[in-house]
Design a protein around this ligand. Structure first.
Ligand SMILES: NC(=O)c1ccc[n+]([C@@H]2O[C@H](COP(=O)([O-])OP(=O)(O)OC[C@H]3O[C@@H](n4cnc5c(N)ncnc54)[C@H](OP(=O)(O)O)[C@@H]3O)[C@@H](O)[C@H]2O)c1
Length: 298
């Protein structure tokens, strides 16, 4: 298949592209920095600097992952606008592309995140659960609404509500592991907030499954079937690194240091991948211990 990927140079994309290439697909990655992205990705991939420049490619599948990193800077009003617009603008240009295509793409897989559900306590959250509140919800809701406009022009539209993607190097573990290695790790706040997580290998397998699964359509929670709370996550990470987890970070410290962005650390939803499980998707790393054992052992 001819597959167009935005954000293909990122943490997920760097693992996704080699897998899709190995399945025999032809890839075009949209990147603002093609030379830098080419160094991160295997050879044999085409690059364009904008979606508008991809019209001749006539994609059969689209994977939409591009967006300003969510946790790199404090959420000032300007940064919030950038977080939203980097996603909605890219997505809108993909809608323009498919609206003008001569052949309907078979599938459009578009990103979103667990933040869609807001803070939900410890109740399991499936794709049928109500949407939440807060900036993370607003960001995801606008991103999903932008993707929804592609629906008339594609055979299937799949939205992936992604949990915390685990692997190294890169991603959230790159920030968490150093203090834990020094024995300075611990839970955030009460530690009761849920942390739906997913091994990057399974994240990639989910995207490939959605591309290849002819009946997959709509929203999918993309996280492992066994979400844990933050305290359990911290203890598991410390155990796999053979360190204690005895330094909890109080809520007020996170709020002072990160402002509104601390909601990413202090709030969560117990997201479960109900529609993937119902569809027969099998996780390679269904438990946190299996995922961390594989990542830390490398
Ligand atoms: N990783 C996670 O744990 C996680 C969890 C939930 C949701 N997600 C979402 O899933 C998507 C992919 O995740 P990821 O971890 O692979 O992201 P990432 O590593 O931050 O990469 C995303 C890509 O987006 C492009 N990008 C960055 N800033 C941009 C901007 N201001 N405007 C346009 N494009 C920009 C970059 O590509 P170029 O530099 O090549 O243009 C970058 O490689 C992201 O949108 C992320 O929010 C990720």
């Amino acid at each position: 298949m001819r597959i167009l990927i935005t954000g293909g140079s990122g943490f997920i994309g760097q693992a996704l592209c080699p897998v899709l290439l190995s399945e025999g697909h032809e890839l075009l990655v949209v990147s603002r920095h093609p030379a830098r992205s080419a160094k991160r990705l295997p050879s044999g991939i085409q690059f364009k600097t904008s979606v508008a420049a991809c019209a001749d490619f006539e994609p059969e599948a689209i994977v939409n992952l591009a967006g300003e990193p969510i946790a790199n800077r404090r959420w000032s009003q300007a940064q919030k606008t950038k977080l939203i617009e980097s996603r909605t603008t890219t997505t809108a240009s993909l809608v323009d592309l498919v609206a003008q295509a001569t052949t309907k793409p078979k599938v459009f897989v578009s990103g979103s995140a667990v933040g869609f559900y807001g803070a939900c306590g410890s109740e399991p959250v499936t794709e049928d659960s109500a949407a939440g509140e807060g900036f993370a919800h607003e960001l995801c809701a606008q991103w999903e609404a932008a993707a929804e406009r592609a629906r008339p022009y594609v055979e299937r539209l799949c939205v992936i509500r992604i949990g915390l993607v685990l692997d190294q190097p890169g991603g959230m573990l790159d920030r968490m592991v150093p203090p834990f290695r020094l024995g300075l790790g611990g839970r955030f706040g009460s530690g009761r907030q849920c942390m739906p997580w997913i091994h990057r290998t399974d994240m990639v397998r989910i995207i490939a499954w959605l591309i290849n699964h002819p009946t997959a359509n709509g929203a999918f929670n993309a996280s492992a079937p066994s979400p844990v709370d933050n305290a359990t996550f911290s203890k598991a990470l410390a155990r796999h690194l053979n360190r204690p987890a005895v330094f909890p970070v109080p809520e007020f410290v996170l709020k002072t240091a990160f402002g509104e962005m601390s909601e990413l650390m202090l709030e969560g939803a117990c997201m479960v991948p109900q529609r993937l499980l119902d569809g027969g998707f099998e996780f390679s790393y269904p438990t946190l211990d299996q995922a961390l054992a594989e990542i830390v052992s490398r």
